[in-house]
Design a binder for this molecule. Structure first.
Ligand code: PMP
Length: 407
């Protein structure tokens, strides 16, 4: 039973020595009761919890594991670098190699600036925009996640009004709200930060409209402000050359993290020539930002994604999963909205109050070996082969039937 499980014993120990037992969006209290708080290992598309239960994973560490867990080429590159050095007084050759690779891969990029987490990189991107313009205001989409720093955390405890006094909010794909935000910041606008498409927690995903992307670009150009694309979650999933390659707009800065290194800790800001001096002028750094192992992992991850058409494989897996789930929902009599690119989809039950059905579905799917977040978008990896997807669909099919018979 739950009470005797290794996970439960760890939770009890953690409750004594970790605030809340765990914090942030990774705390088990935000999931259905049968989800594990602690994980023990993973391989390919499979994760294993501390009680030895195995699941086909569709969260992938909230995005990073784009090639699957324990990918041999990435682990080999990381091990080779680890045998030389990881954390040192100064960066390794890998930093130059990785900057060259990213600048080559991404059209708007003339330089790369590295950090550790997505939050470090989005926050540093704001500093670069402010240094470049000498202005303060940043436009931010109201419900987008850009990290956990005081200017952007969805939390409220400990956050001061002053932390956000230069943030002006707008709504995704809402031209009138964007116009108002530009007007409010007029004369003091440093930049705008936006995710490639709307992938906010708990609501249907929406691709950016051509009009909205165009308005962001012309608004920034008219104000002499910096357009920042937060590609932390989507990077390496829609297009290796940045997620707006199929949108007719190029940002001035883009921010990357998560999937660039298949689970190793490194993030990056890529920027245009015109922002090189501003990026040079700021002081933003960290003890671990230049660690060589994650950079070696990133070089191997990107090389592998190029070699195997990683985006195409993710799309294939995502399309197969989507087709199966939509059929299953229909057959079981559930109306669902399945939104966003199939590589990172979001499933919502129509008329679901307080995500109740989503929670029941995730709970049932977990019982049948499939790890699906109840209210965050899912991810697939290149390790989600047809065979893995079909096995996952067996689990979700049983979950839908369970839900239908409980009605
Ligand atoms: N931006 C986006 C779009 C994200 O999805 C995330 C992480 N979920 C972040 C920034 C912050 O990244 P990190 O958690 O690595 O700080």
């Amino acid at each position: 039973t739950l009470r005797e499980s290794a996970d439960h014993r760890l939770r009890s120990r953690a409750a004594r020595v970790v605030p809340g037992g765990m914090y942030g969006h990774q705390r088990a209290g935000l999931f259905p009761a049968n989800f594990p708080q602690f994980l023990a290992g993973g391989n390919g598309a499979i994760i294993r919890d501390v009680d030895g239960r195995e699941f086909i994973d569709f969260l992938l560490g909230y995005g990073p594991m784009v090639l699957g867990y324990q990918h041999p080429a990435v682990e080999e590159a990381a091990a080779r670098q680890r045998a030389l050095a990881d954390c040192q007084n100064a960066p390794s050759e890998r930093m130059v190699e990785l900057a060259e690779l990213l600048v080559d891969m991404v059209d708007h990029a003339d330089w790369a600036y590295f950090a550790k987490n997505g939050t470090d990189a989005t926050t540093t991107a704001l500093t670069i925009a402010r240094a470049a313009t000498g202005r303060a205001k940043i436009l931010v989409e109201r419900h987008s996640y850009h990290g956990a720093a005081p200017w952007c955390t969805p939390g409220v405890a400990g956050i001061q009004a002053a932390d956000r006094e230069n943030i002006v909010y707008f709504d995704y794909n809402d031209l009138a709200s964007l116009r108002d935000a530009f007007a409010e910041a007029d004369g003091d606008l440093a930049g705008v930060i936006i995710t490639p498409f709307k992938h906010n927690d708990g609501v249907d995903q929406e691709l950016i409209t051509a009009e909205f992307a165009g308005a962001l670009r012309t608004g920034c150009d008219a104000a002499g402000a910096v357009l920042i694309l937060d590609d932390v979650r989507c990077g390496m999933r829609l297009h290796l050359g940045s997620s707006w390659r199929d949108v007719d707009v190029e940002p001035d800065l883009s921010v990357w993290g998560k999937a660039i290194s298949n689970g190793y800790a490194v993030s990056a800001i890529l920027g245009r020539e015109s922002l090189r001096d501003a990026a040079t002028s700021i002081f933003s750094t960290g003890t671990f930002w230049f660690a060589a192992v994650p950079m070696a992992a990133a070089l191997a991850t990107i090389a592998e994604l190029r070699r195997i058409d990683g985006v195409g494989l993710q799309r294939r897996a995502g399309d197969r999963f989507k087709a199966g789930l939509v059929d299953q929902a229909n057959a079981a009599g559930f109306e669902i909205a399945y939104t966003g690119p199939s590589q990172m989809p979001y499933l919502r039950f129509v008329d679901d109050v307080d995500h109740k059905l989503s929670f029941e579905f995730s709970e049932a799917a977990l019982e049948h070996g499939v790890y699906l977040h109840p209210r965050h978008n899912w991810f697939v990896s290149t390790a989600h082969t047809d065979e893995v997807i079909d096995r996952a669909l067996e689990g979700t099919g049983m979950a839908f039937n369970q839900l239908a018979s409980a009605r």
